[in-house]
Design a protein around this ligand. Structure first.
Ligand SMILES: [Zn+2]
Length: 74
């Protein structure tokens, strides 16, 4: 994948976390984001770990993450 900032090649990998990796457009302190309201959380595996496909650009020190396998997980 090409970095959207510098145009360099990004490194493919995963962000791992025990528990949930979540994104929420609403400011909430409790509970998981609601998908109907645009929220997202990565599914956990049997060990309780969440994994998010991402690409890292070492030059810009940024990650680009994909919330599902629909894009970027070839
Ligand atoms: Zn870059």
């Amino acid at each position: 994948m090409t970095c959207p900032y510098c145009g360099g090649e990004m490194e493919r990998g995963y962000i791992h976390k025990g528990g949930y990796i979540a994104w929420n457009p609403e400011e909430r302190d409790l509970g998981l984001p609601e998908r109907e309201k645009g929220g997202f959380y990565a599914e956990k595996n049997l060990l309780g770990m969440a994994r998010l496909l991402s690409h890292y650009c070492p030059a810009c020190n940024i990650f680009v993450c994909f919330p599902s396998r629909r894009r970027g997980d070839e």
